[in-house]
Design a protein around this ligand. Sequence first.
Ligand SMILES: NC(=O)c1ccc[n+]([C@@H]2O[C@H](COP(=O)([O-])OP(=O)(O)OC[C@H]3O[C@@H](n4cnc5c(N)ncnc54)[C@H](OP(=O)(O)O)[C@@H]3O)[C@@H](O)[C@H]2O)c1
Length: 281
Amino acid sequence: MRIFITGHKGQLGKALRASLVTEGHTLLGGDLPEWEMTNADQVMESLRVFSPDIVIHAAALTDVDYCAGHPDEAVQVNGVGTYNVALACREVNALLVSISTNEVFDGRARQPYQEYDQRNPSNPYGYSKYVAEQVVERIAPRYMIVRTAWLYASGGVNFIHKIIARARSGSRLRVVTDEISSPTCVTDLAVALMDLIEIDRPGIYHLVNAGECSRYHFACEILRLIGSDASVEPIHLEDFERPSMPPSYAPLANVFGAAAGIELRPWQEALAEYVTQYEAQ
Ligand SMILES: NC(=O)c1ccc[n+]([C@@H]2O[C@H](COP(=O)([O-])OP(=O)(O)OC[C@H]3O[C@@H](n4cnc5c(N)ncnc54)[C@H](OP(=O)(O)O)[C@@H]3O)[C@@H](O)[C@H]2O)c1
């Protein structure tokens, strides 16, 4: 199949490229600075020329704290940019697989959010992705919205690398207990996305590594895996000042993917494999 990946240089985009190439698909990617999704003409032209069967839309302004300070820009990029992608998918009749986030929920639930639970974003990033979801639902002729959470990938700096570095440097570790979700390894997500595309059923999906934990619990598990006896001070979100307040309790329940036989392994297993590979580098 011909697959166009927006945001192909990002964490998920890179993992998708690696997985899809080995499956023999023909790929093209769009990403900054050469490809700007807020440029409607450029988006339309690139999809007309490539004529994809599927567009996996992973591009987004993902810096939640930046979005908090620039809420209009967040909607311009994540909302209007997605509108451009959805319009182009309609023009070329491509399936749109749009990646979204647990931050479309407000975090006040008592159990993991299911796919069709009420959305009520509580910060500008979440709002901009909520706009993106609605645009996809209203414009794209065929779509899947795939929400995920707390992605990590090799390379770059992520929560895992920061915890390991701080523990090894003897720095103080303070981590929140009241931000809870589903840590997800991008390579697992990329494989599940390919399986989802294969079954070709439209709708909303939650693809995350199974289970849930707090950031605090996640940090403790990382330290256990590297054999560190560094201690982590449990704190609350209100003690950790940052521009964007995440939803407090926002794990995702995979109901519809599981019904189709698509489930990701528990987050502890994925993390253990990731940390082993990270330590071997
Ligand atoms: N990371 C997470 O924990 C997480 C959790 C839940 C959902 N998601 C969603 O999953 C998807 C992939 O996330 P990710 O972690 O792979 O993000 P990422 O690493 O930040 O990659 C996103 C890519 O999109 C590009 N981009 C940003 N604005 C653009 C624009 N106007 N035009 C074209 N490209 C643009 C970025 O370029 P620059 O780097 O140059 O800005 C980057 O290469 C996103 O839709 C995100 O909202 C992520």
